[in-house]
Ligand binder design. Structure first.
Ligand SMILES: *[C@@H]1O[C@H](CO)[C@@H](O)[C@H](O)[C@H]1NC(C)=O
Ligand SMILES: *[C@@H]1O[C@H](CO)[C@@H](O)[C@H](O)[C@H]1NC(C)=O
Ligand SMILES: *[C@@H]1O[C@H](CO)[C@@H](O)[C@H](O)[C@H]1NC(C)=O
Length: 273
């Protein structure tokens, strides 16, 4: 009884159902074509397709990350400067790259005037006042990490510096500046990032950490990560005064603000035998 009823219903109104179906398809297509394009995901189809997909570092108004947003901090020393200056001068672009080379003391007169082909120099802060009670294992290590704060302090310019990223390296690090700009423009500088790469020597990763960026290849911090690290810098240098390496102190200090390494292939720390 029910069977014959339903069959009769569908069979008897075949043309009606076809008309309803056609009208449905027609209305659906109409909706897809003329729907509010701000919210096209409702229909799972976006028509017309988006003209271009903006990179993450570009919020659509042409504000893509460029060289002017990246500050470089190079950890050097007066003793290594004469032999290593060529490494830094090889990639430094006068009036284009921003940042400083940090020296352990004032350069002697024979190194002055300071060449314009190199980053301007700064003498690192004397932070011995931090270590009244806890003596650092190596004096040099906390001072190198403190360089991150010193770079941030000067390049941030109280928030007016247009700073998005800081890149830390050694005085024998070589940076491919255009590649760094390309890579960083794909990341959102408003998020917390700690970019770097492991050592190419497995034993070094074992000795220090597999989650550590090795500074010889450069470490990169986004603005909020650098800011948070700078805010907690003095406390963390005291906490980890007994650490054996500047890169390890950097990693643990960054871990304390809740940020892990984002490994990025292409940042190479090589081991020369
Ligand atoms: C870099 O971007 C800024 C905007 O954030 C812009 O004012 C500046 O002209 C850009 N520089 C270059 C070299 O494109
Ligand atoms: C760099 O800037 C300084 C002043 O800011 C200027 O005197 C010098 O000519 C510039 N050099 C180049 C290579 O543009
Ligand atoms: C750092 O300051 C302490 C005293 O505050 C001083 O004894 C020491 O010589 C200074 N170190 C350098 C390298 O200037």
């Amino acid at each position: 009884m029910a069977d014959s009823l339903s069959r009769g219903f569908f069979a008897g109104n075949n043309t009606l159902w076809k008309a309803i179906l056609s009208a449905g398809i027609f209305l659906y297509l109409l909706l897809v074509l003329y729907s509010n394009r701000q919210n096209p995901s409702v229909f799972f189809i976006r028509w017309p397709p988006p003209a271009d997909i903006s990179p993450i570092g570009d919020d659509g108004d042409g504000d893509r990350t460029n060289l002017s947003h990246i500050a470089f901090g190079i950890m050097g020393s007066v003793a290594t400067w004469p032999k290593r200056r060529g490494y830094t001068e090889a990639w430094w672009r006068r009036n284009q790259t921003r940042g400083f080379i940090y020296l352990d003391r004032q350069p002697p007169p024979e190194y002055l005037p300071w060449p314009e082909t190199a980053p301007p120099y700064r003498v690192v802060d004397n932070i011995s006042y931090l270590f009244q009670t806890v003596k650092p294992r190596f004096e040099l290590m906390p001072r190198m990490v403190h360089g991150i704060l010193e770079l941030f302090r000067e390049e941030d310019r109280g928030g007016a510096g247009g700073l998005r990223w800081i890149v830390m390296g050694d005085d024998d690090s070589i940076f491919f500046v255009d590649n760094i700009v390309d890579v960083l423009s794909e990341y959102d500088h408003n998020k917390y990032y700690y970019l770097g790469w492991h050592s190419e020597s497995v034993i070094s990763n074992y000795w220090f950490s597999f989650d550590q960026a090795f500074g010889g290849g450069g470490i990169v911090l986004s603005y909020p990560a650098a800011k948070a690290l700078a805010a907690d810098m003095e406390g963390c240098l005291v906490r980890y005064a007994k650490s054996s390496s500047a890169d390890l102190i950097t990693m643990t200090c960054i871990a304390d603000i809740g940020v892990n390494l984002t490994p990025h292939k292409g940042i190479h720390q090589s081991q020369t035998p």
